[in-house]
Design a protein around this ligand. Sequence first.
Ligand code: CA
Length: 222
Amino acid sequence: MSRILIAEDEPRIAAFIDKGLRSHGFMTAIAADARDALMMAIEGEFDLMILDLGLPGKDGLQILEELRGQGEELPIIILSGRDDIQTKVAGFEGGADDYLTKPFRFEELLVRLRARLRGREDRTVSEEMILKVGNVILDLRTRKAKVGDRTVELPAREFTLAETFFRHPGQVMSREQLLDRVWGYDYDPGSNIVDVYVGYLRKKLGSKLIETVRGMGYRLRS
Ligand code: CA
């Protein structure tokens, strides 16, 4: 199981990332200021760090410089509201592995994070990368689904929704939970997009796979 350090001082964003990553099987810890971020990155044995640039105490670029200056090779993805090219270049030159600007979709963070972890995870048995319920299989590395022997292509958002269900078989997921985990914190909660996408998954993966729990949400049959 990969351990992710979230260096983010905005509680709402930190909680959003934290919750999303944990629901996808990661272990997480949050550092809310520069001092904790530096200390935890060096001592905490994490597999990857998500680094906000605007942290109390020190600029994120400076944190990056200190870590790399000490030979710390922890993969780092910068997650920042700063989208000017100078800062991006400084981030990459400072040793960041990737750079994602806010506002962001959780799904994109997840894809980039997995790409950064992939080299490390190849060492371990990849059982966690295959999720199976009944005759449906999700392969998290190829991001393809299989129903029996048939391969099914799922666009990114549908795959992430399917994965969220497959992580919680038999558990009722509310529309709010699904919106939050798949579409991100900035999505309109009044939207019926969850219902529309559940419909897509039923069509592609099997009409009985996901059941509607009246007044509560949806549940993947286990
Ligand atoms: Ca900040």
